[in-house]
Design a protein around this ligand. Sequence first.
Ligand code: GDP
Ligand code: CA
Length: 346
Amino acid sequence: MTNAAAAPLPSRITVLSGGVGGARFIQGVLRLIERNDATAGTEVTVIANTGDDIWLHGLKVCPDLDTVMYTLGNGIDPERGWGRTDETWHAKEELAAYGVEPTWFGLGDRDLATHLVRTQMLDAGFGLSAVTAALCKRWLEPVHGSRVRLLPMSEDRIETHVAIEDPETGDRKAVHFQEYWIRHQASVPAFSVVPIGAPEAKPGPGVIEAITEADVVIVPPSNPVVSVGTILAVPGVRDAVRATAAPVVGVSGIVGDDHVRGMARQLLGIIGVEVSAAGVAEHYGARNGGDGSGGILDGWLVDTVDAGLVPRIEAAGLAARAVPLMMTDHDATADMAAAALALVGL
Ligand code: GDP
Ligand code: CA
């Protein structure tokens, strides 16, 4: 894709993001903006999942908000994909030496400062959106000015839990998603995924407007169950996505019948969705499907290895195309973002 051929970008791009997959995709969107006309004033609003949030040692930890913030602010550890560069783990070691649980969560010393600031601001009465904006002043403004806004999907407490079989006792119990993922490595038998608190929650400030007033809504390759699925579980969000005048286009995080990284395969299995780019497309569904399924998408990009699935996705009422979907660098990811926009006529 060359600059000469580039169409003007839509002015308001809204992305529904989880952590690593969403953040990397947004870097591609930002590269695409740079490659086109960085002066044209395109704005990117990120609505981030907060269902992974957890209270630890008295601190409010928001893994997906922080992954997006650190990634776009060039503070992320590139190898791990989460947490800070040049991280040290002294506080974690000291807590473990006291025998304080949980010991399985990776709480780095630098990262800890973010959670301290966040928790103090929440204690002082600020909402999570204002707190996130304050944290982003350090990370996003110096790099992106006012181009990127990061909005928590909700300010209310929502914590995804997974019903598992306890590997030691064989009993069924519900654990926080972080415990399923980090402590159990998503490798214990699991039966259901529940975003606790979501049914009673309200969308965060600006969330519904960001969807309604967007020129395009993009569903990045984020986890369809515990990232995008949780955002859609906040009352009002799915309806806003279904109703917006903007086209809604998604990018598959499932390539060749498996996730690229993470645990989408396990989670799709738990909710009974076929682990393929077509299975996820049908799970999201077409907005104009006419079958009353309440779908959210107009278009769906799959990887070239899944080109054979395009007719099936089209039969589900979606525009579909196969292009390379490996986010190997910002330019490859920018090409993905451009293909997503082109698929819905932008
Ligand atoms: P998390 O909250 O950190 O798990 O991150 P997300 O939910 O935002 O994204 C996780 C998803 O991104 C996983 O299901 C991966 O399969 C997907 N993913 C990660 N890297 C790539 C990539 O290079 N290409 C594609 N297509 N998907 C990716
Ligand atoms: Ca996450």
